[in-house]
Design a binder for this molecule. Sequence first.
Ligand SMILES: C[S@@+](CC[C@H](N)C(=O)[O-])C[C@H]1O[C@@H](n2cnc3c(N)ncnc32)[C@H](O)[C@@H]1O
Length: 278
Amino acid sequence: MKSSILHATCLRLLRDPRLLQALEDLSHDPSGVSREQAEILADGGLCNLTPPRAALTRLGRGVSYHLAEYRRQIEGGAAETYISRLDVRHDSRVLDVGCGAGQSLVALLRERPRLGVGLEFDATALAVFTAISEFEGLRGAHPVRGNAEMLPFADGSFDRILCRVVLMHVRVLPTLAEIARVSAAGALVYLHLTDFWFYWRKFLRRQWEKGGVPFALLNGLLLQFLGLQVRIGATRSMNYQSLVAVRRWLIRHGFEIVGIEEDREHRRLQPKILARRC
Ligand SMILES: C[S@@+](CC[C@H](N)C(=O)[O-])C[C@H]1O[C@@H](n2cnc3c(N)ncnc32)[C@H](O)[C@@H]1O
């Protein structure tokens, strides 16, 4: 799929709420999706028109996920927490590590920082990010394709760094080291973690996700106690990150802990840390 076609289709979806709804409906209840809507989505490579009914393609599932997340963050007000914690100003240089389609970054960019970079290795997610930025009229948005474990930026390039729900997919220690390296003195870093308890709760409920959950628990244990992580294939890793261990790592590597998310329900499962580079 050409990125220009994907870009145009995403813009069309953002501008037409009924078409966006049709994309969402295709994954669970396609009965209300009209032939015309299905054809538009098929032209963009997002669905197949194969009988007996239209179905989302892999690309369609990805775009649907990203746009749903964007709506959840922006319309659902989920972005408010990190906007207030990161205190983005007009002279801020903002980096979102593993930005997806920029669903979190877009909220920060509305504060009109000097620079707003979204780093992501998934090309589809970045194409959706570009469309969302255009739809929102955010000229300062810079999508960058790259790996969180080897950030393609000079030391001390950023003073606001967001990393939400990404450390569960990467080699944690190299990624934290990279975040530390690109943080300027005084930079604020907001990390959204996925702790042991998140996976443990799933494990107890037998939501094992084809073995992914036990794997994440074992891999997290290796990481927490031996500093090791197992990786599947070239890039896939899955692990928990303990709040205690990440907090300790940050302090040892020149950060001061400014705050830990106070939300009692989520604190243990998905804790958030705000730290300042000393
Ligand atoms: C759960 S999503 C979170 C997206 C976004 N941070 C948010 O706030 O919603 C995790 C993202 O991390 C990205 N990712 C995973 N491993 C990565 C890596 N090594 N480098 C860059 N991005 C990565 C995935 O492609 C995905 O978009």
